[in-house]
Ligand binder design. Structure first.
Ligand code: WTA
Length: 649
């Protein structure tokens, strides 16, 4: 065993749901040998209106998976109503507002009333079962109300992260054919106003598809309201009753669409369904974070991404937890913000991303030491590989070497956590996501041959060899794309897009994306999306975008740009600024390039294919070991690029 092994902490084991490695291994084997029995047992943690007829059906050829067929269930009922008899007065949501120290507690009973009112507003505005509703909001309670209101009436929500641009929002509204958009006049984040309504107006300008825009009121600012289309949400909810019947949804009826980037083309709308997703979200939330009813649970993600869907909203609320929604940023007004919230609220489980931890570690330990953090027990991380030194810092400094760190690997497509330690079971190693969760069968495939590699101490493409209830069922409106993206590269397996190593102890180490997706501050971004934004600018003839190591963001965005004739003269600073702005406008501020490298040429094969491997190396200042460049149409290009890169450093 590696010497860098952190044993399970006895007091954490003591209270854990699963306490021994033997128990984990026994259940793990059962989950793979008899998934029908295993998942049938777990699904009983939810309340069903009607039992399922079969736990699992699959058509592997068509890539069609269904769980709990024949079962009838409602996600909103499971997250709210069923808790009311015993937890009506328990706090469901603590809204930590942008302003430090300002908290709003929302009980399960309040949650029910608020959700039912929004559901009635949606019904009143013509939303029916199966209709799609776009939600474009920052972190305010109305975001959760609207998600659960959709679930209540059987509408499908498509949450678009509040940092996306009008253009990205428009694409997503059109792709999902949303009739209704729910937004706010403005958002507040880190003391700044986010012009949500204005962005929606631009996104849907001239579009007849959207019939109604519901506008929550977060600030006092007035915004233009288009008569016949725009309504204030608070005025509408005030007219509605606080009860609304739950639709009995089929287990495989859609619950939500969530867009994510792939290696090519436009973002895909991954579709998650109801019964399997909720079972998986609730079960993983309970075991991975070792959730108990007295916990205060704080996941600092944004609900605009999948982490927020599964581990701020659905998993915790299905378990009757108190979940924190955080409107601000880890650095506002200072780098003590998370720890202040943890002390103020008595948070026992905290879940965040390595990018935030890197920024906070850099700000110095004094910010942490200022707060006691004594309520903490479990510290989670997700979204990108965590550097071992940051892991240690999280464990030693934030957790005072007393808390358990769970590095959880998963994806938008997987619905929930797949590779992770369990607090009472798994000795941890800094930087490793450790072992598979129940029902999860990781397979390391040799990318050259497509053949699975058995045994330990091996690396390759990370695939999954068994279905699990939380997995996405399709790409909205494009099942062919779903099949081709995930199931054709290595037939018989789901391909994750990640590379991984299985070490000598059978522990998994995720090494990062091996497709053309980069991970910028935990946000997934297709390099192709950034390239198409750049070439839309009149000055740009060609663009190639790669990731490079960035101390805070994990990966930074490095853009090689070839200019059209007539644009290459004189001072380029202004043009570089304009190109960065171009990408912000097309995608969103989080996608703004870190580096624009105006290049004289790009390394291409004789058949015209850009050799990205070389571009990645140069962007990372690794000038040696370029490999065979004799196949390049113009080998000189490489030296030229290196020269330009060196000059810019
Ligand atoms: C990366 C986020 C290493 C990975 C839940 C994956 C990770 C992508 C980890 C999915 C982790 C996520 N260690 N890498 N613990 N968690 N990733 O869809 O590359 O936004 O494919 O889902 O993030 O990003 P997504």
């Amino acid at each position: 065993m590696s010497q860098d092994l952190f044993p399970v902490k006895p007091d954490i084991r003591e209270r854990a749901h699963i306490k021994t490695m033997e128990e984990y291994q026994r259940l793990y084997r059962l989950s793979l040998d008899n998934p029908e029995w295993f998942w049938g047992e777990q699904a009983k943690m939810l309340t069903w209106f009607h039992p399922w007829q079969s736990v699992f059906d699959a058509d592997y050829k068509e890539v069609d998976f269904s769980w709990f067929m024949g079962g009838r269930i409602n996600a909103s009922f499971n997250c709210i109503d069923r808790h009311l008899p015993h937890l009506g007065d328990k706090t469901a949501i603590i809204w930590a507002q942008d302003e430090p120290g300002v908290y709003t507690h929302i009980t399960y009973r309040d949650l029910k009333h608020n959700v039912a009112r929004v559901a009635n507003v949606l019904l009143h505005n013509g939303v029916k079962k199966g209709d799609r509703v776009c939600i474009y909001l920052t972190m305010i309670p109305e975001l959760v109300y609207t998600m659960l209101a959709c679930a209540r009436i059987g509408a499908v929500h498509s949450v678009v992260f509040g940092g996306f641009s009008a253009e990205s929002l428009r694409d997503r509204i059109v792709d999902a054919r949303c009739k209704v958009v729910v937004t706010a006049n403005e958002g507040l984040r880190g003391g700044k106003k986010v012009p949500l309504k204005r962005t929606v107006d631009r996104a849907i300008e001239g579009m007849s598809l959207v019939e109604c825009v519901l506008v929550a009121r977060r600030t006092d600012s007035e915004v233009p309201m288009q008569p016949g289309r725009d309504l204030w949400l608070d005025e509408e909810t005030a007219k509605q009753r606080s009860t609304c019947t739950n639709e009995w949804m089929g287990a495989e009826d859609p619950l939500f669409i969530l867009y994510t980037s792939g290696s090519t083309g436009k973002p895909k709308g991954l579709l998650h369904t109801t019964g399997g997703y909720l079972t998986y979200a609730a079960f993983t939330h309970k075991l991975v974070f070792d959730y108990h009813p007295e916990d205060i649970y704080f996941c600092a993600a944004d609900i605009g991404w999948v982490t927020g869907h599964s581990y701020i909203v659905y998993g915790p609320l299905a378990n009757g937890a108190t979940t924190v929604i955080f409107e601000s940023t880890p650095l506002y007004p200072d780098p003590g913000r998370y720890w202040q919230i943890i002390d103020d609220l008595g948070v026992s489980i905290f879940y965040t991303a390595p990018t935030a931890l890197r920024a906070l570690a850099q700000a110095g330990d004094d910010w942490i030491k200022k707060y006691s953090r004594k309520s903490l027990r479990i510290l989670g991380t997700v979204g990108e590989p965590i550097n071992p030194e940051v892991w240690r810092w999280y464990h030693d400094v934030v957790g005072d070497a007393r808390c358990t760190v769970v590095d959880t690997w998963w994806q938008t497509e997987t619905g929930g956590i797949l590779i992770t330690p369990l607090p009472g079971v798994t000795p941890t190693k800094p930087g490793s996501a450790t072992l598979p969760f129940f029902g999860v069968k990781p397979v390391i495939v040799d990318p050259a041959t497509g053949i699975p590699i058995e045994g330990n101490d091996v690396s390759g493409a990370l695939c999954l060899g068994a279905p699990w209830p939380g997995q996405a069922r399709t790409v909205h409106g494009d099942h062919k794309r779903f099949r081709e993206t995930y199931f054709t590269q290595y037939p018989g397996y789901y391909f994750t897009g990640d590379g991984a190593r299985r070490d000598e102890d059978g522990y998994y180490w995720i090494t990062g994306r091996i497709d053309d997706v980069i991970n910028v501050s935990g946000h997934r971004l297709g390099t192709a999306e950034v390239e198409s934004a750049l070439v839309a600018h009149e000055a740009v003839a060609e663009a190639a975008v790669v990731g490079y190591p960035h101390p805070i963001k994990g990966q930074g965005i490095y853009c090689y740009v070839l200019l059209n004739s007539g644009f290459s003269e004189g001072n380029q600073d202004q043009l570089i600024g304009a190109l960065k702005e171009q990408v912000r406008q097309a995608i969103g501020a989080f996608a703004a390039p870190d580096v624009i490298h105006i290049a004289a040429g790009l390394p291409k094969t004789r058949s015209g294919k850009i050799m990205r491997r070389i571009l990645r190396k140069i962007a990372s200042a690794e000038y040696d070991g370029m490999g065979d460049i004799s196949t390049l149409a113009e080998p000189d290009v490489v030296n030229k690029l290196i020269e330009e890169h060196q000059k810019s450093q």
